[in-house]
Structure formats: C-alpha cells, structure tokens
Design a protein around this ligand. Structure first.
Ligand code: ATP
Length: 131
C-alpha cells in the first residue's frame, strides 16, 4: 500500500511525523480525504480530529485550527495546538468545558461569547478523541 508522510507541527514544536495510507480531516469548508498522489493544496482546518489510517489502525489527533498543506507525498499540519489521545489531560478538558459552558449560560455583558464558544469546541474535541 502506498503511503504519505504526515507531519504535525504546532507553535510549541513538532508533535509527530510518520507514514500513513490516508489522512481524513475537517477543513473549514468540509471533510477532506487525502491519499498518496493528491494534488497540492492548502486549506484552513477547523477545531476537529485528524484521522490517520495505516492498515487496520486509525490514529486520531485533536487539532485546534490551523492549516493543512498537501503535496503528493507529504501532508503537513500546522496547528494552533495538536494532541494525541495519550497527551490529553481529561480532567483539564472537563474543567475547560464546564468553564466555557458557564460563561455561555451567564447573562453577564462582559462575557466574550465567541471566545467561550471556541474554548468549548476545543474541550469537546479533546474529550471526543479520548473516548
Ligand atoms: P485550557 O482552558 O485548559 O487552557 P484551551 O483550549 O484554552 O484549554 P489551548 O489554548 O487550546 O487551551 O492550548 C494551550 C496549550 O495547552 C496547548 O499546547 C495545548 O496542546 C495544551 N492543552 C490544552 N488543553 C489540554 C488538555 N486538556 N490536555 C493536554 N494539553 C492541553
């Protein structure tokens, strides 16, 4: 089976680099499935799980937005943050989810709702890939 190299990088440094048969991810305009030999493209990523397939295994990485760069033999994911399930602190994500929900439900006028909504999405995305 043909493979492509997938490299995941964040502002804190590289998260992983390995070979996979297929990359599935959520661009801001919809789902993308990338196989070796894909035409080059750059796409903005939404807060979502990137799925990396090799044989019968699928690895998942939670990304919090950023960009995907595709070349025929390589996919580079430049993410704001990226975690593999084993790196996720579930307790922290649960607390972040509760905090964001409380902010969204509060009637205080000084709440930045968009910020709280994004924090909620990041927390739920992290929790999703640990399940
Ligand atoms: P929190 O409110 O818990 O800080 P956040 O969504 O605001 O969550 P980010 O700004 O997205 O956090 O991430 C900041 C850094 O912390 C990144 O390096 C990210 O990988 C890491 N991080 C955030 N939440 C978790 C978590 N639950 N487990 C492991 N690492 C996390």
């Amino acid at each position: 089976m043909k493979t492509l190299t997938v490299s995941v990088v964040t502002p804190d440094g590289p998260v992983m680099e390995d070979s996979f048969e297929m990359v599935s991810c959520k661009a801001e305009y919809g789902e993308l499935g990338i196989l070796p030999g894909h035409i080059p493209l750059v796409a903005p990523l939404s807060i979502s799980a990137v799925r990396l397939k090799r044989g019968n295994d699928t690895e998942r990485i939670a990304v919090s937005g950023g960009f995907l760069e595709v070349r025929p033999d390589k996919v580079t994911i430049l993410a704001q943050s990226a975690e593999q399930p084993s790196d996720i602190d579930v307790e922290r994500a649960e607390q972040s989810k509760t905090r964001a929900k409380q902010r969204l439900e509060s009637k205080q006028s000084d709440i930045d709702f968009q910020r709280a909504e994004l924090a909620l999405k990041r927390a739920m995305n992290r929790l999703d890939i640990t399940r």
